[in-house]
Design a protein around this ligand. Structure first.
Ligand code: ARG
Length: 464
């Protein structure tokens, strides 16, 4: 069941067939393969390269194969080498000699380049739509938490108070960039390689603009050698996916920390947590941990693709068949992670009182206390030293800056007056931070408005 038996006198060794075949995984894009063949054959007939009669019987045959594969009536026959041979073989079985004309002016090299691009293009758009859902979920949670005070951390040590909306806003920005990267990737890759032949084009008068347009591409690719050997777009997409995983794994790591008995900032919904087989009290953040864990797998696939492509001479080499399994797995993994995470975030409960209580401890207002001194004429470096000494005092008295009696303040510096308490309240600490991008309510309102407009104006995905 080969496309290339003519110059061979012996059967292929079974182990060679098993090693060489790709049908077991490239069957994943049978729809794309058939779609590409339909466009190709219509073009062949339009150009007078095959007869209208042959064209219509090929078109009918391809549709019947598509239907039977969709319904499960037709199984992939492992004797075929790949999806391209399988479709052509079944077509010829079904419609006879006309089926043998399908591959006129085409090589499996431009065919697989096309299939992979069609497949990837759909997946880029699907990933994009999952990211849009995630952005909407984050934004909704931000809207509900503009006034939810929580501690901000550096070195995982409490640093300064901010709000949950502000903290989530950091992830909103990351995923917004991810969205832009996916769109960039799409706009660079959406050119059609079909018609490039094995590597040097063909001698038939193919209309490459026609097939490109039929298949929803911006136009045909401009160099036939590059067309059949380019997998840049896959590497680019997997880089984008890897960055999405960087962001997801950071977010999930925070949720894991926030979910610990010590923090108790969040409660993951029962429907998104799991238990222990031995410890009855346990409710584990397995989904968050798995997303964090799957990150390594996606980076691995990116490395695998980069390494496969490194040093490959032009044009097509069989090494490139190794692009598929890593790409498919990376794509499926990341889509699953975004979907699961969006569901988890939609149902998670933020323990806002605990967050506020935590912000109040740990001297998150120490910078503001120093700023109070600066606003009253003390040099910042001196103010830093004074507040440091007061923090030490608080530790000694087991209290916090907002509860420390005024006389203790005044013992260290006479500059302190009763208004120090107002100056270091959590509300003041947050609401005074109003440079754009900061957690202050006014600044936040402006940023929320910009982001709302962004979300409201995301264009629909192109229909291919
Ligand atoms: N299965 C092959 C791949 O994935 C299809 C292209 C085969 N081309 C060839 N010249 N052997 O790359």
């Amino acid at each position: 069941m080969k496309l290339w038996g003519g110059r061979f006198t012996k059967e292929t060794n079974q182990l060679v067939h098993n090693f060489n075949e790709s049908l077991s995984f490239d069957n994943k894009f049978y729809k794309e393969d058939i779609k590409g063949s339909l466009a190709h054959v219509k073009m062949l007939s339009k150009q007078g390269i095959i007869s209208e009669e042959d064209c219509s019987s090929i078109v009918k045959g391809l549709h019947s194969i598509l239907e039977d594969l969709n319904s499960g009536k037709l199984d992939f026959d492992p004797q075929y080498e790949d999806i391209h041979s399988f479709v052509e073989g079944v077509l010829t079985e079904r419609i006879g000699d006309a089926g043998k004309r399908l591959h006129t002016g085409r090589s499996r090299n431009d065919q697989v380049a096309l299939d992979m691009k069609l497949y990837t293009r759909t997946e880029i758009l699907e990933t994009r739509s999952l990211i849009i859902d995630l952005l909407n979920t984050i934004f909704k949670t931000m809207e509900e938490n503009v006034h939810t005070i929580m501690p901000g951390f550096t070195h995982l040590q409490k640093a300064q108070p901010l709000t949950l909306a502000h903290h989530l806003g950091a992830y909103f920005e990351m995923f917004k960039r991810d969205l832009g990267r996916l769109e960039d990737c799409y706009s660079r890759m959406n050119y059609c390689p079909l018609g490039s032949g094995a590597l040097a084009g063909t001698t038939y008068p193919l209309d490459r603009d026609f097939t490109a347009e039929q298949l929803g591409f911006f136009g045909p690719t401009l160099n036939s050698m590059d067309s059949v050997s380019d997998r840049d777009y896959l590497i680019e997409f997997l880089s984008d996916l890897s960055l999405i995983m960087v962001h997801l794994s950071r977010f999930n790591e925070e949720i894991i920390i926030w979910n610990t008995n010590e923090y108790r900032f969040v409660e993951i919904d029962d429907s998104y947590s799991t238990g222990s087989s031995i410890m009855p009290q346990k409710k584990n953040p397995d989904i968050a941990e798995l997303i964090r864990g799957k990150t390594g797998r996606v980076y691995g696939h990116l490395m695998s693709l980069l390494t496969t492509m490194k040093g490959l001479p032009l044009a097509y080499n069989k090494d490139m068949q190794e692009d598929k399994e890593p790409a498919f797995d990376a794509i499926d993994t990341v889509k699953g992670c975004i979907l699961l995470f969006t569901g988890m975030l939609n149902t998670i409960k933020f323990n806002t009182e605990r967050m506020r209580e935590s912000a109040e401890g740990g001297f998150t207002n120490a910078t503001d206390a120093a700023d109070y001194l600066v606003n009253n004429g003390v040099a910042f470096r001196d103010a830093h030293g004074i507040i440091g000494a007061l923090v030490l005092k608080c530790i000694e008295l087991n209290t916090s800056l907002d509860k420390l009696p005024l006389e203790e303040y005044q013992k260290i510096s006479p500059v302190f007056k009763e208004d120090i308490y107002d100056a270091i309240s959590m509300e003041t600490c947050v609401s005074k931070r109003n440079t754009i991008g900061a957690p202050g309510y006014d600044a936040m309102e402006k940023v929320m408005k910009i982001n709302k407009e962004f979300l409201d104006n995301i264009p629909d995905a192109p229909k291919n």
